[in-house]
Design a protein around this ligand. Structure first.
Ligand code: SAH
Ligand code: SF4
Length: 385
């Protein structure tokens, strides 16, 4: 009974921080049987409930314990934007002036939520507005799961959906702010919650992790929870990739391709999705498309071409429409299934890291990045524009 009287606010746990195994051990510590843990998880993740009193099939004594020792809380929403095409974007407050975003993209046959895994990002890719902000901190599991929990609850409430099996969000992609594989200790329990039948019950193929190419962590993800893997490639050779994605200097393309092949041995999905950002005049030539085909020869894959989405002071160019189509045709003709990403939610700046990028750029990274781009010859030197 002492635990009922003594729990201070700092000792209470956010149940969104636990995967199902975590909920089971927490319940066991507090004298509750495993089936109670399953019931609790279903209330949280399938019914999107945060009020313990509404969990009517739990014993009153368990509910009292929960009220005293635990809570269920997603990060607070600061702003919400709605695009004319139905895309929704929420900016979540994660404390200390940091904000992260989630984007919901409705399509005929699916509803995809793109979520963030870090406030900012340390990888420093030259074309990315999140990278421009620098790294602030890793999100906790509750902040990652909380984006899905909150969005599903909000979308259901608006649509008047009450059946917990009627999910509005059918797919989750970890392609928002941050490098998910740099925050694996929080990301893995989140992924397990997304897949668990008593969590969100999503199939492995409907959950995608996107990485800039952290080789050892790709192996770790494969060993722990082999969901669909997307790899941000963006250049066909080390020389260019070193310049636009600093991660390549540590993990060059040959190592990355080897990691992709190893991943496919354990992943239930039989291909890697390569994302390829097209930057006008930098990586969008026909020769580069052909070099790409040679590079990925030994990796079963699909390509998703992403025309560069400019943001204030990005200093890089969008590709020309005809160059995008020619690039896609070369890959398709070589037998590689290639799609060009449709721009969705343009009117609400729904690309990677953009809204939060508008909110703050508190470091002087922007200037440093511009100097780097000039030094690499990716943009003209000052005075020569
Ligand atoms: N850090 C991970 C996941 C988040 S970024 C990664 O890099 O894969 C998600 C995708 O958005 C990546 O493919 C990234 O390269 C791309 N991206 C970044 N900046 C972009 C921009 N300005 N326009 C279009 N896509 C961008
Ligand atoms: Fe980080 Fe991905 Fe942006 Fe690179 S593209 S800076 S890895 S979020």
């Amino acid at each position: 009974m002492a635990e009922l009287e003594n729990a201070s606010a700092s000792e209470r746990v956010n149940l969104l921080d636990f995967d199902l195994e975590g909920i089971r051990s927490w319940c066991a510590e507090h004298g509750e049987k495993p089936f109670r843990a399953t019931q609790l998880a279903r209330w949280i993740h399938r019914f999107c409930v945060d009020d313990f009193d509404a969990m009517t099939n739990l014993a009153k004594s368990f509910r009292a314990k929960l009220k005293n020792l635990a809570y269920i809380k997603a990060p607070e929403v600061i702003t919400e934007r709605r695009s004319a095409d139905g895309t929704r974007k929420w900016l979540f407050d994660v404390g200390a002036g940091n904000a992260v975003e989630a984007v919901f993209i409705p399509e005929d046959d699916r509803g995809t939520l793109c979520i963030s895994t870090q406030a900012g990002c340390a990888m420093g890719c030259l074309f990315c507005s999140t990278g421009k902000q620098g790294f602030n901190r890793n999100l906790k599991t509750s902040e990652i799961v909380g984006q899905l929990w909150w969005a599903e609850r909000e979308l259901r409430r608006e649509a008047g959906v009450t059946d917990p099996n009627d999910r509005i969000i059918s797919n989750v992609v970890l392609m928002g702010m941050g490098e998910p594989l740099q925050n694996l200790s929080a990301v893995i329990p989140a992924l397990k919650t997304f897949l668990d039948d008593n969590g969100y019950g999503l199939s492995r193929r409907r959950v995608t992790v996107s990485t800039s190419g952290l080789v050892n962590q790709i192996d770790k993800l494969g060993a722990e929870v082999p969901v669909a893997l997307a790899v941000s490639l963006h250049a066909p050779d080390d020389e260019l990739r070193d310049k636009i994605m600093p991660v390549n200097r540590k993990h060059p393309l040959a190592d990355l391709m080897a990691a992709c092949r190893r991943y496919l041995r354990v992943a239930p999905r039989d291909f890697i999705t390569f994302e390829y950002l097209l930057l006008g005049g930098v990586n969008d030539s026909p020769e580069q498309a052909r070099a790409l085909i040679r590079l990925v020869r030994s990796v079963p894959c699909k390509f998703n071409l992403i025309p560069f989405n400019p943001f204030p002071d990005s200093d890089l160019k969008q590709p020309r429409r005809e160059d995008v189509l020619a690039f896609a045709k070369i890959l398709n003709d070589a037998g590689i299934v290639t799609t060009v990403r449709k721009t969705r939610g343009d009117d609400i700046a729904a690309a990677c890291g953009q809204l939060a990028g508008e909110v703050k750029d508190k470091t002087r990274r922007a200037e440093r990045l511009l100097a780097q781009k000039r030094a690499f010859g990716i943009v003209p030197a000052a005075g020569q524009e």
